[in-house]
Write a protein that binds this ligand. Structure first.
Ligand SMILES: C[S@@+](CC[C@H](N)C(=O)[O-])C[C@H]1O[C@@H](n2cnc3c(N)ncnc32)[C@H](O)[C@@H]1O
Length: 189
């Protein structure tokens, strides 16, 4: 799988920053594909900006489109300050704060990438509530075998159970990369 140039640059930035938590290519490529499918005038939210690798995949999937709002949230002031200086397209907005709280304040989204503890390990219901009808939620780092900490494993198991059992979601577990769960919210509302 070849990486778009913007994603290459984001990985170089992550290396320079010593940031080890960027999404893997399989998750990124899936994000780019899902971003391309967002309806006209749609909205995308990433919880956990990191070094901007996931965001670069989303931007690459949108290509020349400028009709889609892209929002990304991170708690880390210094990291976000660095990422703000990257030349993102005008339809990208970065927000500083706890994803678990901010997710309930930013409106509803057609595509949501939950890649931070806030909005995933805590505040998951608010994240699900932020999905527009027919909205899609991607959650990564869900392969329990890749995590040794028993507390984290228990928390991830809880996230997994909530997603696969949720009455408003249709969820699929994908054994790829760090373990992905892809969910679609029922179009009924
Ligand atoms: C796994 S990394 C994100 C990687 C990024 N999504 C990517 O695809 O390259 C998780 C990020 O979440 C941020 N974070 C941690 N706790 C958070 C919270 N409660 N709310 C928002 N961001 C948080 C961290 O600062 C870190 O940058």
């Amino acid at each position: 799988m070849s990486r778009p140039p913007g994603v290459d640059r984001a990985h170089e930035r992550a290396d320079e920053l010593g940031f080890p938590l960027s999404c893997e290519d399989v998750a990124g490529a899936l994000l780019a594909t899902l971003a391309a499918a967002v309806p006209r005038g749609g909205r995308i939210l990433e919880l956990g900006t990191g070094a901007g690798v996931g965001l670069a995949w989303i931007v690459s999937g949108l290509g020349e489109r400028t009709d889609v709002e892209v929002h990304s949230v991170d708690l880390d002031t210094d990291l976000l300050g660095t990422i703000r200086r990257v030349g993102w397209p005008a339809h990208v907005q970065l927000h500083e704060g706890d994803g678990a709280h901010l997710v309930a304040t930013l409106g509803r989204f057609d595509l949501l990438f939950a890649d931070a503890p806030g909005g995933k390990l805590s505040g998951l219901e608010a994240t699900i509530a932020a999905l527009a009808p027919s909205g899609v939620l991607l959650v990564d780092d869900m392969d329990l075998d890749q995590h040794a900490d028993p507390e984290l494993r228990r928390a991830l198991q809880g996230v997994r159970d909530t997603l696969v059992q949720h009455p408003q979601l249709v969820s699929t577990e994908l054994a790829a990369g760090s373990g992905l769960i892809l969910c679609a919210r029922s179009g009924a509302g």
